[in-house]
Design a protein around this ligand. Sequence first.
Ligand code: URA
Length: 246
Amino acid sequence: MTDGRRLAYLEALGVDVYVRRGLARAPVEMPVQEAHPAVPAAPAAVAGAVPEASLDWEPLRAMVSACTRCSLHETRTQTVFGVGNPSAKWMFIGEAPGADEDRQGEPFVGRAGQLLTSMLKAMGFAREDVYIANVLKCRPPGNRDPKPEEALRCRGYLDRQIELVAPSLIVAVGRIAAQNLLATDTALARLRGKVHTLGPRGWPLIVTYHPAYLLRSPGEKRKAWQDLLFARQVFARIESGERVVP
Ligand code: URA
């Protein structure tokens, strides 16, 4: 991608003059933080505890599309499984499908999804280069927050997707995804800028803002861009063989 096109995407993200300077001269401003201690895995994350734990992509997809584990199946148009490169090094995990995703069967395709796509492009990725999924595979009616019980019942599917993709780095997109994945109620502001570990396998995970929040609070876009630069830095350290988590 040319610098000009990347800058256009950065501008869509709302990061202009600061990023231009950053791109020209300075490395990432955000300090690399100490690795976060391992957090307890959600109960359903325990390997072998759920039937989907050993499934390959197609049976997993079929199981998800027939799922009736919670009442969201009664109101969904269809399940929203996940999209992208099944062997991606980067995995982005959001909260739950919204109305557009429920209609189209693909995560992050509405307005927030378009901003996520711009964020990816600003990092030099097409959607097909990464894997994108959600904590929930069905839309909560009225876009309400996922209930803990829904997230728990759906969790085995996501855990299996993570195992199958085996990403180098996971980016939790938004507070709800981050808190669900990390089994914490810590505020998003305190989860950013750190490398967390996910589940018994210790997948490295970093946290950023949800694009829907950025649409409501465009002043925060610059912080989201800092998160993505931090993620890129962490990724480079992982790829160079450095241990980024304890
Ligand atoms: N918000 C999410 O968290 N996921 C989607 O797929 C769409 C909107």
